[in-house]
Write a protein that binds this ligand. Structure first.
Ligand SMILES: Cc1cc2nc3c(=O)[nH]c(=O)nc-3n(C[C@H](O)[C@H](O)[C@H](O)COP(=O)(O)O)c2cc1C
Length: 147
């Protein structure tokens, strides 16, 4: 699996003045989810995201997923419905959502990261006052380090 930015500007499907929304959620991966499952999720994500102008980052650690998705708001909420119906994870919990003036992951259809790339749990633990995976600000700050 390649994990390089793959979205040339010319292919982006969002008009320059279209408002950009973002969504940050946490979910619990289905037990036994393996590398093939992850590859399939990423392949599907990158294909669809590319076609509708979504970008973002999926982090997988300690049986949990954390995903930052950004792009046209109707597409974000359509994807959220699919995510809630997807049995490869459960307990999809939206930590934060809002509007952006600039994308964080401009060059990524969906960046992937896991403990080998960077540890969210260690990151949160190091912020002593906020060591919990429901801390939206902490998770969002961690995502920013992955840009
Ligand atoms: C953790 C996780 C993250 C996902 N991220 C995306 C995504 O960014 N874009 C996408 O199109 N599908 C993503 N999916 C897949 C969707 O939940 C859903 O399966 C798919 O969009 C619907 O396609 P299908 O009905 O053909 O399987 C993700 C799935 C999981 C489990």
């Amino acid at each position: 699996m390649t994990d390089q930015p793959t979205l040339p500007d010319a292919d982006r499907q969002t008009a320059p003045d279209e408002p950009i929304g973002y969504l940050l959620y946490r979910s619990v991966a289905r037990p036994g989810l393996d590398q093939d499952d992850l590859d399939r999720i990423l392949e599907r994500s990158r294909r669809w995201n590319r076609s509708v102008g979504l970008t973002g980052c999926l982090h997988h650690e300690d049986g949990m997923f954390f995903q930052w998705i950004e792009g046209p708001r109707p597409r974000l909420f359509q994807l959220l419905e699919w995510l809630r119906d997807d049995d490869r994870h459960v307990n999809v919990t939206v930590l934060d959502q809002g509007q952006l003036s600039k994308r964080l992951f401009d060059d990524w259809e969906m960046r992937f990261s896991d403990r080998q790339v960077a540890s969210l749990l260690d990151w949160l633990a190091a912020r002593r006052d906020r060591a919990d995976t429901g801390d939206a600000q902490g998770v969002a700050d961690f995502m920013r380090t992955l840009r």
